[in-house]
Structures are given as C-alpha cells and as structure tokens.
Design a protein around this ligand. Structure first.
Ligand code: NAP
Length: 273
C-alpha cells in the first residue's frame, strides 16, 4: 500500500490478536514497528518473530523493503510508562509516523454488581490509554513538523450497546469522540485520526466462545455474513487507513464487522407485517 514503506509505527497491544496482526501487516508493508505489550512478553516475542519473518518475505519481493521491529513494554493506562515508551521509540527510530491504539480489555458483570474499580480499570486501559498514546503521538508529529496518522481500534460497541460489559461499551463510545475531536483539532496540521471498528473477531479476547462450536455458532448466527472475522481482515483495513491510499479520510470509523452494525434482526421482516 502506498506510503507505508520506511514509516515508523507504534502498535499498542501488539502481542496478541488484532494488534499482533496489524503489527505484522505494517511490517510486511515495509514499516518499522514498535510492538507494545504489557503482561505477556512471550506473546510479544512471537509477534516480533512473525514480523521478522514477514519482513524477510517482503525483502525477497521488494529489494529495499525491511523494517526493524522493537519491543516496548508499557501499561498504556500509566502516564509515566507511556511517556517513557514514546521516548524509547523516538530514541530508537528518531521519528514516529503511525500510532495504532489497539490495547484493550473487557470485564463482564451485571451492571448492578459491577465494582467501580473494574469499571475504572476498563476505562483506564481502553480510553485513558488511547488518549495518553494519542497525545504522545501528536506531540511527536508536531515537534517534527511532519504528518502523522492515528488509528483507534474501537469496536462495533462504539455504536451497539453491550449489556454486562458497561465499561467496555462506554470506553468504545468515548473512543468515537476521541477520534472525531482529535481529527478535527489536528486536520489542518496534517494529522489524520480514524477509527477501526471490528465486529466479532477470532482472537484470545473471545476465548469464551471461539473454541466452543455451540457457542461459536450462536455468535455467528447473529452476524449477517454468518462468520466471525479474522485478525488479518482487521489488519488489512488498519494498513489501508494508515497508508496514503486513505490520505483524504479523517475522523471516520470504518466498521469491519460482516454486517453486524446493520441491525441484523431486521434481516427478516417482522416489524411491519
Ligand atoms: P487480545 O487478543 O486480548 O489482545 C489485547 C492486547 O492488549 C494484548 O496485546 C494485551 O497485552 C494488550 N493490553 C491489555 N492491557 C494492556 C495495557 N494496560 N497496556 C498495554 N497493552 C495492554 O484482544 P483483541 O481481540 O486482539 O483486541 C484488540 C482490540 O480490538 C481491543 O481494543 C478490543 O477492544 C478490540 N476489539 C476486539 C474485538 C474482537 O472480537 N476480538 C471486537 C471489537 C473490538 P498482553 O498480551 O501483554 O496482555
């Protein structure tokens, strides 16, 4: 894709699932990728190895392709850790072009039983973390007087309520205005900010149903395309949004969801007959 070669990207939560696939895809497109993780370094190492492998494949195809992945541990909800992460990335590469705010968690609980601590925890990682990292990236773009791209990995639950996952749906609803407000504030300075809204995707966050055929069928029956998405399908759209192919897109969230945001229960006529 146009404009990714030799760029520097930071992907939060790059040790697993969608973030891992995005990191690999950006690496395959010729970007150098800093892979952030928090608690499972072994996952991050496998991402790095996969990127190295992906870059090797690209090197065969493109004589001058080749990224230089690094690992950066940081809890994105921790302001000091995030500042140190940006120092590390800028110190290593001397620049930053792309931030992918992907790190995310969810906690299931009846909302009347949900503890304030658990509500705060989800907001801290999913929303405060995205803000802290976006702020770090914008500072880097402005200091270098260069364009930049931020991609916020949101969710269909940016617009679809999610009972029993209150912190999660509130965080993703907030992400919509994080995306739109930052996009408007910095559009004139060459910074694009967009959202990617995955539907149900086969990743470890969904371990409760992906390996159980009965539960999985129940989930997939709700999806108009009748299947869950793959991380690579999310990564392809993230790469597009990060690339110059999307040079005129800002403030938008692209839902990649097999039709889940299309009010699936209206697939058959029930309301007017
Ligand atoms: P996942 O496989 O569970 O991966 C989550 C990633 O976030 C891991 O790399 C994890 O790092 C990282 N992380 C968690 N807390 C963090 C923190 N405090 N600081 C830094 N990194 C942290 O989940 P996923 O399914 O790929 O989800 C990725 C994003 O897509 C999330 O924002 C999620 O809300 C969104 N999404 C997913 C789906 C889906 O169906 N899978 C649907 C819609 C939206 P460690 O491995 O080090 O713990």
């Amino acid at each position: 894709m146009k404009g990714l070669q030799d760029k520097v990207a930071l992907v939060t939560g790059g040790s697993s699932g969608i973030g891992q696939a995005i990191a690999i895809r950006l690496g395959e497109e010729g970007a150098s990728v800093a892979i952030n993780y928090v608690g499972r370094p072994e996952g991050a190492v496998s991402t790095k190895e996969a990127i190295d492998h992906g870059v090797e494949i690209c090197m065969k195809k493109l004589s001058d392709a080749g990224g230089r992945p690094i690992l950066v541990a940081a809890d994105v909800s921790d302001e000091q850790a995030v500042d140190q992460m940006f120092e590390h990335v800028l110190g290593e590469y001397g620049r930053l072009d792309i931030l992918v705010n992907n790190a995310g968690i969810q906690i299931a609980e009846d909302s009347d039983e949900l503890s304030a601590a658990d509500f705060d925890k989800v907001l801290a990682v999913n929303l405060r973390g995205a803000f802290l990292c976006a702020r770090g990236a914008v500072r880097a773009f402005l200091a270098a007087q260069q364009p930049g791209v931020i991609i916020n990995v949101s969710s269909v639950h940016q617009v679809i309520p999610k009972p029993r996952f209150l912190g999660y749906s509130v965080s993703k609803g907030g992400m919509q205005n994080l995306t739109r407000s930052l996009a408007l504030e910095f559009a004139a300075r060459g910074i694009r900010v967009n959202g990617l809204g995955p539907g149900a995707t086969v990743t470890p966050i969904n371990r409760s149903w992906i390996d159980d055929p009965v539960k999985r069928r129940m989930v997939e029956n709700h999806i108009p395309m009748r299947r869950a998405g793959g991380s690579e399908e999310m990564a392809a759209v993230a790469a597009f949004l990060a690339s110059d192919e999307a040079a005129y897109i800002t403030g938008q969230t692209l839902f990649v969801d097999g039709g889940l945001t299309l009010y699936p229960s209206f697939e058959t006529t029930w309301s007017s007959e």
